[in-house]
Design a protein around this ligand. Structure first.
Ligand code: FES
Length: 110
Protein backbone atom coordinates (compact mmCIF):
# COMPACT_ATOMS: atom_id res chain seq x y z
CA UNK A 1 0.00 0.00 0.00
CA UNK A 2 1.18 3.51 -0.79
CA UNK A 3 2.68 5.22 2.25
CA UNK A 4 1.32 8.61 1.31
CA UNK A 5 -2.28 9.76 1.31
CA UNK A 6 -3.87 12.69 -0.50
CA UNK A 7 -5.47 15.47 1.51
CA UNK A 8 -7.01 18.75 0.42
CA UNK A 9 -6.47 21.68 2.75
CA UNK A 10 -8.07 25.09 2.30
CA UNK A 11 -5.99 27.75 3.98
CA UNK A 12 -7.27 30.84 5.81
CA UNK A 13 -7.16 32.85 2.57
CA UNK A 14 -9.50 30.34 0.92
CA UNK A 15 -6.77 28.82 -1.27
CA UNK A 16 -7.02 25.09 -1.89
CA UNK A 17 -3.90 22.96 -1.55
CA UNK A 18 -3.64 19.30 -2.55
CA UNK A 19 -0.97 17.74 -0.38
CA UNK A 20 0.48 14.33 0.22
CA UNK A 21 0.93 13.20 3.80
CA UNK A 22 3.01 10.26 4.97
CA UNK A 23 1.30 7.57 7.05
CA UNK A 24 4.55 6.15 8.40
CA UNK A 25 5.92 9.14 10.32
CA UNK A 26 3.49 9.32 13.24
CA UNK A 27 2.34 12.76 12.13
CA UNK A 28 -0.98 14.40 12.87
CA UNK A 29 -2.92 16.72 10.57
CA UNK A 30 -1.75 19.88 12.38
CA UNK A 31 1.88 18.88 11.74
CA UNK A 32 1.12 18.32 8.06
CA UNK A 33 -0.42 21.81 7.79
CA UNK A 34 2.67 23.23 9.45
CA UNK A 35 5.11 21.27 7.35
CA UNK A 36 3.52 22.67 4.16
CA UNK A 37 3.44 26.14 5.79
CA UNK A 38 -0.27 26.55 5.06
CA UNK A 39 -0.75 28.79 8.10
CA UNK A 40 1.76 31.36 9.37
CA UNK A 41 4.16 30.17 12.03
CA UNK A 42 2.83 31.03 15.48
CA UNK A 43 -0.82 30.89 14.43
CA UNK A 44 -1.24 27.13 14.46
CA UNK A 45 -0.08 24.39 16.77
CA UNK A 46 0.65 26.77 19.61
CA UNK A 47 0.26 24.16 22.37
CA UNK A 48 2.33 21.65 20.44
CA UNK A 49 -0.54 19.30 19.78
CA UNK A 50 -1.83 18.82 23.33
CA UNK A 51 -5.48 19.77 22.63
CA UNK A 52 -4.96 22.86 24.77
CA UNK A 53 -5.09 25.85 22.43
CA UNK A 54 -7.54 25.27 19.53
CA UNK A 55 -5.20 27.15 17.15
CA UNK A 56 -5.25 24.04 14.96
CA UNK A 57 -9.03 23.96 14.55
CA UNK A 58 -10.23 22.81 11.12
CA UNK A 59 -13.60 22.27 9.53
CA UNK A 60 -14.01 18.85 7.97
CA UNK A 61 -15.61 19.26 4.52
CA UNK A 62 -15.53 15.69 3.22
CA UNK A 63 -17.51 12.86 4.74
CA UNK A 64 -14.35 11.00 5.68
CA UNK A 65 -14.78 8.77 8.68
CA UNK A 66 -12.44 10.19 11.32
CA UNK A 67 -11.37 8.81 14.69
CA UNK A 68 -13.82 9.89 17.37
CA UNK A 69 -13.18 12.95 19.50
CA UNK A 70 -11.68 12.31 22.89
CA UNK A 71 -12.81 14.23 25.97
CA UNK A 72 -9.95 16.74 25.91
CA UNK A 73 -10.65 17.65 22.27
CA UNK A 74 -14.35 18.04 23.04
CA UNK A 75 -13.60 20.21 26.06
CA UNK A 76 -11.21 22.48 24.14
CA UNK A 77 -13.66 22.92 21.25
CA UNK A 78 -16.42 23.84 23.67
CA UNK A 79 -14.33 26.89 24.67
CA UNK A 80 -12.98 27.80 21.24
CA UNK A 81 -14.22 30.48 18.83
CA UNK A 82 -15.85 29.95 15.41
CA UNK A 83 -16.74 26.35 16.25
CA UNK A 84 -19.04 24.49 13.85
CA UNK A 85 -20.48 20.97 13.93
CA UNK A 86 -17.69 19.97 11.57
CA UNK A 87 -14.91 21.38 13.78
CA UNK A 88 -12.00 19.19 14.81
CA UNK A 89 -8.64 19.88 16.36
CA UNK A 90 -6.27 18.82 13.62
CA UNK A 91 -3.57 17.88 16.14
CA UNK A 92 -5.87 15.14 17.38
CA UNK A 93 -6.18 13.52 13.95
CA UNK A 94 -3.39 11.05 13.22
CA UNK A 95 -2.37 10.60 9.60
CA UNK A 96 -3.51 7.11 8.60
CA UNK A 97 -4.96 5.57 5.45
CA UNK A 98 -8.54 6.28 6.59
CA UNK A 99 -7.83 9.95 5.82
CA UNK A 100 -7.32 9.34 2.06
CA UNK A 101 -9.33 12.01 0.22
CA UNK A 102 -9.95 14.10 3.34
CA UNK A 103 -10.83 17.74 2.73
CA UNK A 104 -10.53 20.30 5.51
CA UNK A 105 -10.55 24.04 5.87
CA UNK A 106 -8.38 25.74 8.48
CA UNK A 107 -10.57 27.73 10.89
CA UNK A 108 -9.94 31.48 11.26
CA UNK A 109 -7.23 32.58 13.62
CA UNK A 110 -8.73 33.45 16.99
FE1 FES B 1 -3.17 23.16 20.31
FE2 FES B 1 -4.12 21.43 18.51
S1 FES B 1 -2.22 22.42 18.54
S2 FES B 1 -5.06 22.20 20.27
Amino acid sequence: MDKDINITIIDREGIKHQVEAPTDMAMNLMEVIRSYELAPEGTIGICGGMAMCASCQCYVLSNTELPEKQDDEDAMLSEAFDVKDSSRLSCQIPITHVLEGLEVEIAPES
